[in-house]
Design a protein around this ligand. Structure first.
Ligand code: ADP
Length: 372
């Protein structure tokens, strides 16, 4: 076919609509949907066909519908932002009138009265900003959190140094206590900064993982032995549950042990005395991945916080923890789970959390089974 072959514009138009990177609906003056693309179907999740349905059935937002009416009345484009579910969803909605009358007629009409020009169709283009807004929020929170994490120990150090200055000549014994507390605060700051560095190195792939076949139950046992004294100190009992524990997983044992230690450390922190923690492992159906889990009978995590706990610095509620320990994997900094997620993902696995407030939490992750 030569380049000069006549174009079937209707066909061309429909193809163009589908080629767009954005969800698009084209409505008429009565707000009835006339055309739309598959991206719109995916975003708006409504069974087809849509022809004849009204726009307010898709976007029941009075502010947006008002903009559409304005665009219909003035023949001018309008842009608005639509958000719902407490900003969990955020769209930029652009409304553009589209002139479709052939040029000669338009000229004729324009000559008689420019203002009576009638637009029949309006393109509603939706840009989904949800992920962008989420990332903006994460970044804002990250900066707020890091400032908070650094400010608190720094303020203590300053206060302690001032008091030390006063006590140094008059009360050497007290001065010694202040020196120790300053050391503690500085140690906490050092841990925090090294964890941040570690996280950024893992995130940027600078810490190479050394995958070797290791028995699943060996990892579980090691963590059990390491964490038992801490659990006993807080009067929490601990046990293991292993099925097909002899399965070999492809893991960097040091890093995975650290993830498990961190999960158990959290479990101890958030489980009142008398509670139970189970560290377990089992082969997943299909035999390709092995599941590891840490289950506790602790305070649990509210459903609204659950999706965010793997973010850097995210903490549910600073006052819920029963101890202020800085432990392996970073107790108290809000970085532990972020590091855990990165380590697990670097192994090709996935980490998840389930929880019922007042009943307990289960953190689980998968690792690939080592190929023979
Ligand atoms: P932190 O250093 O504060 O423990 P993490 O990243 O390890 O940071 O955990 C993030 C937050 O998730 C914790 O502050 C806590 O609010 C919540 N959390 C983690 N594990 C548990 C658990 N087992 N039970 C209840 N809440 C938990």
């Amino acid at each position: 076919m030569s380049d000069t072959a006549p174009i079937d514009f209707q066909h061309f138009f429909l193809k163009l609509l589908e080629a767009s990177s954005w969800p698009i609906l084209i409505i008429d003056r009565t707000l009835s949907v006339r055309f739309y693309n598959q991206r719109a179907v995916k975003l708006l999740e409504r069974p087809e066909p849509w022809q004849g349905l009204k726009l307010d059935q898709f976007i029941p937002d009075p502010a947006i519908l008002q903009l559409v009416q304005e665009s219909i009345q003035t023949g001018r484009p309008r842009i608005g932002e639509h958000s719902k579910a407490n900003n969990a969803i955020s769209w930029k909605v652009s409304i553009s009138p589209v002139e479709h009358t052939p040029p000669q007629e338009t000229e004729k009409r324009a000559a008689t009265d420019a203002h009576t020009r009638h637009y029949q169709y309006f393109v509603i283009l939706i840009e989904d900003l949800t992920e962008l807004r989420r990332l903006e929020r994460v970044r804002r929170d990250f900066i707020a959190n890091i400032s908070h994490e650094l400010r608190t120990p720094l303020a203590s150090v300053r206060l302690l140094a001032e008091t030390l200055e006063e006590a140094i000549d008059t009360d050497p014994e007290k001065a010694q206590i202040f020196v120790e507390r300053i050391e503690n605060e500085v140690e906490h700051l050092t841990d925090l900064v090294s964890e941040l560095l570690e996280l950024s190195r893992i995130e940027s792939g600078q810490i190479p993982m050394v995958f070797e076949p290791v028995e699943a139950e060996q990892l579980v046992r090691e963590v059990m032995a390491r964490m038992l004294p801490q659990a006993q100190r807080y009067r929490v009992s601990m046990r293991t549950e292993t099925q097909q524990g002899k399965t070999l997983v492809a893991a960097d044992s040091k890093q995975i042990t650290r993830v498990l230690v961190n999960l158990v450390h959290n479990a101890i922190k958030f489980t009142p005395s008398g509670g139970v923690i189970v560290i377990g492992t089992q082969l997943q159906p299909g035999g390709k991945t092995q599941n590891f889990f840490v289950r506790d009978t602790g305070v649990g995590i509210p459903p609204e916080d659950l999706p965010r706990i793997f973010e850097r610095f995210y903490k549910v509620n600073r006052s819920r923890s029963k101890m202020h320990a800085t432990g392996p994997g970073g107790g108290g900094s809000g970085l532990g789970l972020a590091i855990a997620r990165h380590v697990v993902e670097a192994h090709g696995g996935r980490i998840t959390a389930e929880s019922v407030v007042g009943q307990g939490s289960t953190f689980a992750f998968t690792l690939p089974v080592a190929s023979p």
